[in-house]
Design a protein around this ligand. Structure first.
Ligand code: 4AD
Ligand code: MG
Length: 479
């Protein structure tokens, strides 16, 4: 039934020669009982369907309402109207699915807000904004695989359920089949997880890195790309409880190599989308420009979306040490005027306001910060000779802050073991991880790019819940 259909995007690019075509999609609007704007998600543009006056029953015309699904067979002809090159003169119109206009929440009379659309996330794909966002998301996912495939990296699927805490931050969702109301208990009253499904306590993974390192110790270069989960109670426009992360892990890489890879990766992704999703990006740039108009002058960004992306492609990222970053902050007018809410001194975990000052006000471009204090970073990072910093690197970008977190890994068994003990990481349970340091350990490095943060950067959307189809955040798991 459906296989002769041609998608709207293809038809809009077809030479009209009165050929018969079949098209299917959803009605965006129906004007003057004659002109249907039909969309099938292949593009934000709609195909105009002309139903000649008097050619169809009133009872059928009444059912052509926004949201209704149609099958149209007709002739592809040059359009007489402005705004489109082709249109379809309908010979037959079949209603595949009615849409009650009284109940349909997506009436385009009043432009729905992004907040409202979040509440109807099951329908928001049908709007231009989310059409563009999710086509870009698709392209970006594809480009990620293309990038690593071209470099010979092996795509490794790391587990979603795991017994370890890769980041050691304790922000995990428990996975259990034990009864909540009456779990088995040990003599000391604590829950007896040996009776649980896996015979031990398990959780959803916060990162595939540790398993990724195991792969890198054989394939030399791997990457993961999958969902990760964090039970951090951060109700912000930049945090999700379920987000996707790309984690490459490379043997024979030091921190410098790691930064070079991350930088070229980000550039490649932006270039790919600029080349393949031009139309959607232009739409999103326009959307952002309108959103910016609502803001006071001082808060508006200096560049438009596409200008910003081009700038990032054409300019190297700034590279500074954490110590330099803190010095810049301490000498900033913002600090002197007490504009920062959080304290600034060597040793702090920089807050979003600090990161954004560095990239938006000081450098006005992406910045890679290296050499963080070891006390604020994970146990697996390589310890520097100064005894107080580690070979970490974070990439910060305008409008968002941290987009990449990574490091060179501690490949020296003794140093790693000692650090784990200091940080109360269960060394015995991690025997398999430590084995890599026993059997042919090599310098290696890797990083994690937050997929949704990258989406925010590329699409210019401002809330992370608008770049993932069905966001999971504190008190929010609808759909
Ligand atoms: O800095 P993070 O915690 O690093 C890791 O997980 C390492 N294991 C990565 C590695 O070296 N293989 O997270 C990496 C990135 C962050 O820079 C951020 O972009 C994103 O993941 N991220 C989040 N994105 C959305 N919501 C959250 N709650 C996020 N937490 C981290
Ligand atoms: Mg981080």
């Amino acid at each position: 039934m459906f296989n002769t259909r041609v998608k709207v995007k293809a038809l809009l690019a077809t030479e009209p020669k009165n050929q018969e075509v079949t098209v299917m999609g959803w009605v965006r609007h129906f004007r003057n009982n004659q002109f249907i704007a039909l969309n099938d998600g292949s593009t934000n543009n709609t195909l105009q369907i002309v139903v000649a006056l008097g050619a169809f029953d009133d009872s059928l015309l009444k059912r052509i309402t926004p949201g209704a699904a149609l099958k149209v067979v007709g002739e592809l002809i040059p359009s007489l109207g402005k705004g489109q090159k082709v249109e379809v003169k309908a010979h037959s119109v079949e209603i595949l699915g009615d849409c009650n206009p009284e109940q349909y929440p997506l009436q385009l009379k009043n432009k729905p807000t992004l907040e409202y659309l979040r509440e109807i996330a099951h329908l928001r794909f049908r709007t231009n904004t989310f059409g563009a966002v999710f086509r870009v998301r698709h392209a970006l996912a594809f480009a990620i695989h293309k990038f690593y495939n071209e470099k010979g990296f092996v795509y490794l699927h790391t587990p979603v359920i795991t017994a370890s805490d890769a980041e050691g931050a304790g922000e995990m969702f428990r996975v259990s089949t034990l009864p909540f109301d009456n779990p088995p208990r040990k003599d000391d009253g604590t829950i007896d997880f040996s009776e649980d499904f896996f015979g031990r306590a398990t959780n959803l993974t916060v990162s595939g890195q540790l398993e990724g390192e195991l792969g890198a110790m054989a394939f030399s270069e791997i990457y993961t790309f999958g969902p990760t989960f964090r039970a951090e109670n951060s109700n912000t426009a930049r945090h999700l409880a379920e987000f996707w992360m790309i984690e490459p892990e490379m043997a024979f890489y030091d921190l410098e190599d790691n930064m070079d890879l991350a930088e070229s990766f980000i550039r490649y992704l932006i270039q790919y989308v600029m080349e393949h999703n031009r139309e959607d990006l232009e739409f999103l740039a326009q959307r952002l420009a309108e959103e910016e108009k609502q803001k006071p002058q001082a808060e508006r960004s200096e560049m438009g979306l596409i200008e910003k992306l081009e700038f990032v492609v054409n300019n190297r990222f700034e590279r500074i040490s954490y110590t330099e970053a803190i010095d810049i902050l301490l000498q900033s007018p913002a600090y002197k005027k007490k504009k920062f809410q959080y304290e600034v001194k060597w040793g702090i975990d920089m807050q979003s306001e600090h990161e954004r000052y560095l990239v938006e006000k000081h450098f006005k471009k992406p910045v890679i910060v290296t050499g963080y204090p070891r006390d604020i970073k994970a146990f697996y990072m390589r310890q520097n000779d100064d005894g107080r910093t580690v070979a970490a690197m974070d990439i910060l970008v305008p409008g968002i802050g941290e987009i990449v977190g990574g490091s060179q890994r501690e490949e020296r068994l003794e140093k790693l073991e000692n650090r784990m003990k200091e940080m109360h990481i269960p060394v015995e349970e991690m025997w398999w991880y430590l084995d890599t340091r026993r059997f042919g350990s090599v310098p290696h490095a890797g990083f994690g790019l937050g997929f949704e943060r990258m989406m925010l950067f590329i699409t210019g959307m401002t809330n992370i819940r608008d770049v993932i189809a069905f966001p999971r955040a504190p008190k929010s798991a609808e759909f």
